[in-house]
Design a protein around this ligand. Structure first.
Ligand code: HEC
Ligand code: HEC
Ligand code: HEC
Ligand code: HEC
Ligand code: HEC
Ligand code: HEC
Ligand code: HEC
Length: 267
């Protein structure tokens, strides 16, 4: 796939030639990719750094910025330049933008904030999730990868959902206040993050759930089969409950995210 894309770029008159590619050891679907950008050529991170110091400083510590370097020959008459997975992997070749001192930027540089296909070109697995019947409508333009990911910084999972107390759910919270409010009876599951029950990009199950049935809950709440045939979850007999529907839809634990009235998570 990589070759096809580079050939595409060369055919586009950009005279980009890849020498001695160091392939990412990270899986077959993540390729180094430079979104085409008119007649512009690659200039390398150092040039971007001249004018965008802040993004460049952050980027050195970001997951993308610490990946394998690669060599790209921009012009047959000059030496090849070294690039990391570079600024231009996401923003496209930037020579015209740099020459115009950034102005007018909209026409000279690409921005994946509203072009998620740039990210998805490398992240095919995420693209598959985004194609599932239930998904955050990123491709449709309702929200962006950047609502949950910081593209330049160290913490690319700014919306990881790993720990409410650490505030890493902030980005889920900015759109889903009802589930992230302070409850009188909180469900401790949320401390492990929204992703313990939801697939953030997409799912085959409604409400982006990772499982559609009681297994969603049983992975943390072990069932105990007693000698007398009873089935316990916690201290409570669930022998006749589990057959009545899912734990949250059968009228038992309707307030899965937390409750202000009942410790057993009921509204
Ligand atoms: C000579 C200075 C200069 C260089 C070099 C430069 N930029 Fe810029 N860039 C600017 C300026 C100024 C703006 C803001 C223009 C504006 O606000 O419309 C800008 C804006 C941007 C934007 C925002 C575009 C938007 O409107 O969404 C991006 C992304 C960007 N630059 C990326 C890069 C990348 C990547 C490189 C290296 C390939 C680079 N820049 C090199 C000056 C520069
Ligand atoms: C993984 C893809 C990716 C890489 C690599 C990347 N950027 Fe960006 N960049 C983005 C996205 C996405 C945005 C939009 C951010 C937003 O709107 O919150 C952006 C926005 C920008 C902007 C506009 C101002 C801002 O922060 O929103 C500038 C300037 C910029 N990038 C420069 C750079 C430079 C310089 C590098 C290399 C050091 C770089 N980018 C590397 C994805 C990337
Ligand atoms: C040039 C290809 C390329 C582009 C474009 C790209 N990525 Fe990546 N991305 C990678 C590679 C390679 C990795 C490392 C994979 C790994 O470590 O498993 C990665 C890792 C990530 C990770 C996981 C980091 C971690 O620590 O596990 C996230 C999140 C991510 N990218 C989001 C984005 C977003 C959002 C965009 C668009 C703004 C984007 N990527 C654009 C290639 C790319
Ligand atoms: C920028 C706003 C925004 C952010 C941030 C956001 N969401 Fe959403 N979420 C939405 C919108 C809008 C929908 C409705 C579906 C759509 O249009 O994409 C939605 C739908 C959902 C649904 C499914 C609801 C249903 O009725 O099917 C779940 C679950 C969900 N989000 C969880 C999360 C989690 C977990 C996070 C953090 C990792 C998060 N969201 C971050 C805007 C957001
Ligand atoms: C609603 C918030 C949200 C949006 C929008 C979102 N992500 Fe994510 N993404 C997450 C969360 C949360 C994780 C961590 C998942 C985990 O820990 O299981 C993640 C993980 C990832 C990873 C790491 C691999 C993995 O599956 O865990 C990549 C790569 C990634 N996202 C890319 C993207 C790209 C590209 C986009 C836009 C097309 C995007 N994400 C949009 C919330 C989001
Ligand atoms: C213990 C598992 C679990 C955790 C953790 C969890 N959820 Fe949910 N969530 C559910 C279930 C189950 C539903 C479906 C409820 C229903 O259908 O009535 C749901 C539904 C939702 C909905 C859709 C609500 C609606 O009325 O349609 C949103 C939005 C949502 N969750 C966001 C979040 C966010 C944000 C987090 C992290 C702060 C989170 N969830 C953590 C289990 C969980
Ligand atoms: C990520 C792990 C995890 C998942 C998944 C999870 N829980 Fe929990 N839940 C906990 C923890 C931890 C507690 C607090 C300790 C305890 O009571 O076991 C808790 C407490 C509860 C309580 C309160 C018990 C009491 O007596 O106070 C109920 C009810 C509950 N969970 C229901 C559910 C339901 C329903 C689901 C599925 C939608 C679910 N849990 C999924 C971890 C989880």
């Amino acid at each position: 796939m990589l070759d096809v894309k580079l050939i595409g770029i060369i055919a586009g008159g950009l005279s980009v030639l890849a020498l001695g590619f160091v392939s990412c050891a990270t899986g077959p679907d993540l390729q180094t990719y430079f979104p085409p950008n008119g007649e512009a050529r690659l200039v390398g991170n150092d040039t971007c750094e001249d004018c965008h110091l802040q993004q460049s400083e952050w980027f050195d510590q970001s997951p993308h910025g610490t990946m394998h370097p690669l060599q790209v020959q921009n012009d047959p008459d000059t030496d090849p330049i070294d690039l990391e997975v570079s600024c231009e992997s996401c923003h496209g070749p930037g020579s015209l933008h740099a020459m115009a001192s950034g102005v007018p930027s909209k026409n000279t540089i690409r921005n994946p904030a509203d072009q998620p296909e740039i990210c998805l070109n490398c992240h095919l697995d995420i693209q598959n999730q985004m194609n599932m019947p239930h998904h955050h409508r990123v491709v449709e333009g309702r929200l962006g990868c950047v609502d949950c990911h910081d593209p330049h910084g160290k913490d690319i999972f700014r919306a990881n959902g790993t720990s409410l107390s650490l505030g890493r759910d902030q980005s889920c919270a900015q759109c889903h206040q009802e589930q992230t409010q302070n409850f009188v009876f909180e469900h401790e599951a949320l401390r492990e993050g929204c992703v313990s029950c939801h697939s953030p990009h997409g799912s085959i199950h409604p409400k982006l759930l990772t499982e559609r049935d009681a297994n969603l809950c049983l992975k943390c709440h072990a069932q105990m089969q007693l000698d007398d045939g009873d089935l316990r979850i916690g201290a409570v007999s669930h022998r006749f409950y589990l057959s009545q529907g899912t734990c949250w839809s059968a009228g038992c634990h309707t307030a899965v995210h937390g409750s202000n009235v009942n410790a057993r998570l009921l509204y």
